[in-house]
Design a protein. Structure first.
Length: 245
């Protein structure tokens, strides 16, 4: 795969055009992992939008906020600063100048992120920041509404998915590897089902597979295969088009 990836990178570097690659899909489909690998292969910026919502959820949780009180939430968000910074080559998430990269990666924060992300005031605040980041540089961005709402003109759109059982097992193993000895597989599966329902049914910018997105089911694919599949789509959709032009 190395030689093939070098070819992709060489062809990408032949042009100066800014490109955006949107990767959407439900929780546990592998969006962040694949987006990181893809950005590295193409030598462009990766932006984890889900982490930004988790940061807002963390602040709301710390203040024990009632998310039904939209006026209070909007006021809280007005006083909230979310930054994506690179520290020693790694992307870190800062909430009001505090590094919360680890604190946001819990099942509880996943639920808070889902609940606060349905609020238009939260999505509008973070989408503005996401679009600003993508305005002047090539980027791989993953989330649940990137291709449909955040970057609707993205040159390549991927909808990454997998069966609920596979997604839950991946998330469960990830938590166990991090030392979480209390969470069960059934609990993770239940939380994923809850978030799937929240994400797909919210009124504002729901999770959808747009007509121009390539649907990639990762249930029986390893990371290398998924990355290679998307690189091939990138080659066909973007590089070949650049050559014709």
């Amino acid at each position: 795969m190395v030689r093939q990836n070098i070819l992709h990178l060489e062809r990408f570097n032949m042009h100066k055009k800014r490109i955006a690659i949107a990767i959407d899909g439900p929780g546990g489909a592998g969006k962040s992992t694949i987006a990181k690998h893809l950005a590295k292969e193409l030598d462009i910026l990766y932006l984890d939008t889900g982490a930004m919502y988790r940061a807002c959820g963390l602040k709301a949780a710390r203040q024990n906020m009632d998310l039904q009180d939209r006026e209070a939430v909007a006021q809280m968000l007005d006083d909230t600063k979310v930054d994506i910074r690179f520290v020693s080559g790694l992307q870190r998430v800062f909430l009001d100048d505090e590094d919360v990269s680890e604190a946001i990666r819990t099942p509880e924060m996943s639920v808070w992120a889902s609940d606060i992300s349905v609020l238009p005031c939260c999505r509008k605040k973070l989408v503005a920041l996401q679009r600003e980041i993508a305005a002047d540089r090539s980027v791989v961005m993953d989330g649940r509404d990137i291709g449909s709402y955040v970057l609707p003109q993205a040159e390549l759109k991927i909808f990454l998915t997998a069966t609920p059982e596979v997604r839950a097992m991946r998330r469960y193993k990830e938590l166990v590897d991090k030392g979480d000895g209390t969470t069960t597989y059934d609990h993770v599966l239940q939380e994923l089902a809850y978030r799937d329902q929240q994400d797909s049914s919210r009124e504002f910018a729901p999770l959808v597979c747009t007509p121009d997105a390539y649907r990639v089911d990762t249930s029986e694919m390893d990371i290398d295969t998924v990355v290679r599949t998307i690189l091939n789509l990138y080659e066909e959709k973007i590089c070949d088009q650049e050559t014709k032009e």
